[in-house]
Design a protein around this ligand. Structure first.
Ligand code: ADP
Ligand code: ADP
Length: 229
């Protein structure tokens, strides 16, 4: 499903080169739930951004669903991202002026433009809010009228509305208290049970344990891996 071969990412800061990732080799199978653990600055976000086709490696190869993404142009990368990947972020990244339901509808608008009716769009968005276990009574609330946990549920509904095979989550519990964080991780686990491949980046050992496999990253390199039983 996801494969990285000898991936290196170098950032240039003036005259200084920052090796954010060094020679990463990684395979994630369809239906796996993988946690990427490491301290701040170890390269986790960079790794997730490369898997998510938001960024390109300096060296090495990236395969998503058997497609080698290195050779693709920006439009083709955008299409892979839109069709195959859902993103969840620490700060939810919802649009404040739109309601919960409208936020979830957005990816459908980008993908289908006017070829999907508004009624069908609303039906699908509501279905995803339901799957994300947000009570229907909040569908017309704006993000600032929702708790952090509720906002993350909206963000997860938005991530799944195009039915992607892969969900990538960057510190999905980072802005939540630990009880709410656990509920959000249980929701990701449920989606994994429905067949989604899930990759979660975290610096929190308790969060990482929801994965079937934990990959420890340090200074841009994979330090070790651990299977969670
Ligand atoms: P983490 O997510 O584990 O905190 P990051 O992937 O954000 O780590 O960062 C890895 C390293 O790369 C850090 O040293 C960070 O400062 C650097 N870095 C990340 N993004 C950029 C960028 N756009 N430009 C320059 N340096 C960056
Ligand atoms: P995280 O909370 O995941 O560790 P950061 O706060 O390190 O993320 O980085 C947030 C964003 O800023 C990322 O998109 C990363 O690529 C970028 N970034 C991180 N470090 C630098 C840097 N030194 N210079 C420029 N951009 C950076």
């Amino acid at each position: 499903m996801i494969e990285l071969k000898n991936v290196t990412k170098v950032y240039k800061m003036g005259n200084e080169l920052i090796y954010a990732l060094k020679n990463i080799n990684l395979k994630i199978k369809e239906g796996e739930f993988v946690s990427i653990m490491g301290p701040s600055g170890s390269g986790k976000s960079t790794l997730l951004n490369i898997i998510g086709c938001l960024d390109r490696p300096t060296e090495g190869e990236v395969y998503i669903d058997k497609i080698k993404t290195n050779d693709l142009d920006d439009d083709e990368l955008t299409k892979i991202r839109r069709d195959k990947i859902g993103f969840v972020f620490q700060q939810f990244n919802l649009i404040p002026l739109l309601t919960a339901l409208e936020n979830v509808e957005l990816p459908l608008i980008f993908k289908y433009k006017n070829s999907m009716s508004e009624a069908e769009r609303k039906r699908r968005a509501l279905e995803c809010l339901k799957m994300a276990e947000l009570d229907e009574k909040f569908a017309n609330h704006k993000p600032n009228q929702l708790s952090g946990g509720q906002q993350q549920r909206v963000a997860i509904a938005r991530a799944i509305v195009n039915d992607p095979k892969i969900i990538l989550a960057d510190e999905p519990t980072g802005a939540l208290d630990s009880k709410t964080g656990r509920k959000i991780m249980e929701l990701l686990k449920k989606l994994n049970g429905y067949g989604k491949t899930i990759v979660v980046v975290t610096h929190d050992i308790n969060v990482s344990k929801y994965g079937d496999r934990i990959i420890y990253i340090k200074d841009g390199s994979i330090e070790r891996e651990e299977n969670v039983s």
